[in-house]
Design a protein around this ligand. Structure first.
Ligand code: NAD
Length: 449
């Protein structure tokens, strides 16, 4: 059992801490007192609500309660850790690069408070060379005579399935140029995962791997989205094309779903960061640059389908949005495409009626959109807002509840329009909706034979 500390109690830090606590002693450090209290209450079984929504996370924290604690006290956080993971935010700055101020602040705090030798690993998504920067900061501010090795350990979990992703990862990538430290990290992970899952490498390779993985996944999506737009133009169906292409095992079926574009806290930020670094190092990443352009084009393409159906002025129009999180089962609205659509509609005068299966997503929408107050309503029941005032339904994410809607209820809408931003309705259903007089709009599968 190793003693580990995680800096950052967010979407990565908390699930990672809970997972490590299966076999290690974990302290989560975050200056945000509300988050820390919240986590400790859950650990102590005093509460069953967390500031982030992840399936199975509360149970995992409670199951491992003896091995995990959260704190705002830096000296408690740095009480003899063998490994420290920095999992703080790296939001984009105005140039699209990763803003490293939280990472640098964490490095300085570590330097000023650590009292024993240890390995520091960046779990945050950071540009190549950041581990060296962290090492520089630590060396500059180090108070005690201790040896600190710094490396990288990027995270690949997906929000909504974080607990399961951490339990059964495809791979664990980590890098450190100090081989003794690298061995220590290997030993740490071997208590949690089989050796074949581990991918130790150099620091820089590990840092690049994270961006490469996210950019490749985002590129698969944009690739299919540009073909989806072509499908609409020529009367083909992207769902059929996806099947035909994805059944080739060399290609694979995953991440080929066309949609209104990728969003969330990672793909947009990471693609723009790595594209920026490509420019900075005079190694432009033209394919990734195109991925970003196509993503921007796709959301516009989808929104324009709505505007085309109703005209520029949406003053007396009412729309339902099912699913406001950037994907199903998350309360995270960062770079959420359904949020973008909602704002576009409200800007044009429409009233938007929003439902999501995750209550926190609706709460976050209210908090993050104060200037739109009065222009939207939120609901906790999927069909509560379906009535004769509604002009169209927009499907915002891929939750199963949206795949097979109760058509009888939808027939009460005065406007017979369904805009499927995630292409989730199947061809059979689309045909039956069309027979009932509905107009179906999507990204690349408007034509159903
Ligand atoms: P988040 O915004 O949810 O959480 C970051 C936390 O760090 C916040 O609670 C904040 O209070 C805390 N923090 C800020 N400064 C700190 C400091 N000096 N010491 C300790 N804590 C501090 O962010 P997140 O979504 O968990 O992402 C963290 C990193 O992981 C980012 O670099 C992100 O790109 C990467 N990542 C995120 C995901 C994801 O799905 N969210 C997946 C893989 C990688």
């Amino acid at each position: 059992m190793a003693r580990v500390t995680i800096f950052g109690a967010g979407y990565v830090g908390v699930p990672t801490g809970a997972h490590f606590a299966r076999t290690h002693r974990v302290t989560i450090y975050d200056p945000d007192n509300n988050k820390v209290e919240n986590i400790n209450k859950v650990i102590d079984n005093d509460s069953d609500s967390l500031h982030i929504h992840e399936k199975g996370l509360i149970e995992l924290l409670q199951e491992n309660h003896e091995n995990i604690v959260a704190t705002t006290d830096i000296s408690l956080a740095l009480d003899r850790p063998e490994i420290i993971f920095i999992a703080v935010g790296t939001p984009p700055n105005e140039k699209g690069r990763a803003n490293l101020k939280y990472v640098c602040a964490a490095a300085e705090q570590i330097a000023k408070n650590v009292k024993n030798d240890c390995v520091v690993l960046n779990k945050s998504t950071v540009p190549p060379g950041t581990a060296y920067l962290v090492k520089e900061i630590i060396d500059k501010h180090l108070v005690n005579d201790v040896k600190i090795s710094v490396g990288s350990c990027p995270e690949f979990l997906a929000e909504g399935t974080a607990v399961e992703d951490l339990r059964t990862p495809d791979r664990i990538v980590y890098g450190c140029d100090d081989t003794e430290a690298l061995d220590k990290v290997t030993e740490f992970f071997l208590y949690l995962h089989g050796r074949s899952t581990l991918s130790p490498m150099t620091t820089l390779s590990s840092e690049v791997t994270k961006y490469a993985a996210n950019a490749l996944l985002a590129t698969k999506i944009s690739f299919m989205n540009s073909l989806a737009i072509l499908c609409d133009a020529v009367g083909a169906n992207i769902r059929e094309v996806q099947e035909g292409v994805g059944k080739d095992t060399r290609v694979g079926r995953k991440f080929l779903n066309a949609s209104m574009g990728y969003g969330g806290s990672c793909f947009p930020k990471d693609t723009s960061a790595i594209a920026e670094y490509g420019q900075l190092f005079s190694s432009p990443l033209e394919i990734i640059e195109s991925t970003i352009l196509v993503n921007d084009k796709t959301i516009k393409y989808f929104s324009e389908k709505i505007i085309h159906a109703f005209g520029d002025d949406l003053s007396d129009k009412n729309f339902i949005i099912w699913g406001i999180g950037f994907k199903a089962r998350t309360d995270d609205l960062r770079e959420s495409k359904p949020v973008q659509v909602a704002r576009e509609l409200m800007d044009r005068g429409a009233h938007v009626h929003i439902y999501d299966t995750v209550k926190g997503a609706l709460e976050n929408f209210k908090v993050e959109n104060p200037s739109y107050e009065g222009k939207y309503s939120v609901y906790h029941e999927q069909y509560e807002m379906v009535n004769g005032n509604i002009d169209g339904l927009i499907i915002g994410n891929e939750h199963e509840k949206f795949r097979n809607p109760d058509v009888e209820k939808l027939e009460n809408m005065r406007g017979k329009y369904i805009f499927d931003g995630k292409n989730v309705l199947n061809n059979h259903l689309i045909k039956s909706l069309k027979r009932k007089g509905f107009n179906y709009r999507s990204v690349g599968k408007d034509t159903v034979a």
